[in-house]
Design a protein around this ligand. Sequence first.
Ligand code: SAH
Ligand code: SF4
Length: 443
Amino acid sequence: MNKRDSEALASRLASQGYLLTDSEQSADIILLNTCSVRDNAEQKALNKMRMLIGRSKLQERKPLFGFLGCMAQAHGEQLLEEIPGLQLVLGTHRSHKLPEYLEALLTDREKKIADCGGMEAPPVFLKDHIVPEKNSNSPLVSAFVNIMHGCDQYCTYCIVPETRGKEFSRPIADIVDECSSLAKNGVKEVTLLGQIVTSYGKRLIRPSPEGLSPFVQLLEEVEKAEGIERIRFTSPHPKGYGMDLVEAYGRLNKLCQSAHIPLQSGSNRILKAMRRGYTAERFLEILAQLRAVQPSIGVVTDIIVGFPGETEEDFQETINVVREARFDSAFIFKYSPRKYTVAAEMPDQVPMEMREERHARLMALVNEIARESYQQKIGTIQEVLVEGVSRRNVNRLQGRSRCNKIVLFEGPSAWVGTIRKFRIVRAGQYSLYGEPIETEKNK
Ligand code: SAH
Ligand code: SF4
């Protein structure tokens, strides 16, 4: 989500005449877009800013420094006092004010601005995207599209409802327009973005006469957008996986066979304390329903270890669910107490060494299962959207399969932006190696 927000702001500034640079050394303005979801993300941003400001004291160029995003929203004006040399602190709801504030700050380099106010009604959605020049060797192939702001779920560990505010959804037509105009610029794949996308349109759109939730209605409309060939979304909430969404995976050709469904814990006691609103059994039932419709669906999850009160037994239940669910991959987080959250005040906080130890144990299991799931793809044919040159080896191209696995292969750069079929011949820990096969589509 931060990546998308950064792209939209960078694009907005570019349209006003600012030039984007790849190098911090040559920048006149340095803006760090920050995350607040765990403490280490905040510390990273603070350290980076202190380092950049410190370094600027030794050089002639004195860039303007600013913090954007969730940490700016959560800490507000006090950041200006804590970090001398910082000129701007701009919260999540006010980012559209960036061009105006930069102009004021560039005119008066002694001035400082902190704006971390609330959401405007209706909130502003930035639709700007960075579209590379025609014939660029890294064209825009896959894009993120925001469909909503905020989250009303208030999981007891999570700072997001505080930093991103109340849920607010964009109208379907607006979203489809954005997808269509991206398609005109060569985009083949859109990832619909929101903190809780399955709650999309909750108070805005009624269920359809056939009982389709607003989110599934949106998927159906994006499916019709000409030029878009693949649809993904993130993050959903398990409570949003009604049969209408499960069936959509069978019905909508463009909806990819992949899902990022956050489990958070396999213990019902902990799920309740997290206020997640489902049980481990229900979670596994959703996976079974999805796999019945799309057997090759790739499933990724998020898990928190060491939530307050988590015992070894609770942790073992998470291990059991992970064994049963057979995720293709999982993001595992050590619980991090966050200001403004209920869980931070709970008794029985789990010691850090225990959180680290459980993290390592779970990671080993997830990696073992992931290795097997990647190995099982050897010999299969995968349809890949070619995204560009591999980051690790410039002689290879890379793309993603419909089940969201990275596929690496050799081929001409003219393939970038096309959808082609490959036979998988080898598997790494988190990537597949393919050989092109001749099919009608590849030609
Ligand atoms: N809205 C998304 C993502 C929220 S943040 C969702 O509900 O899935 C991304 C992930 O960070 C969460 O899924 C959760 O696993 C993790 N997370 C959130 N708050 C955390 C905390 N206080 N400590 C550790 N991990 C946390
Ligand atoms: Fe945070 Fe996601 Fe829960 Fe919303 S649904 S409170 S964003 S973890």
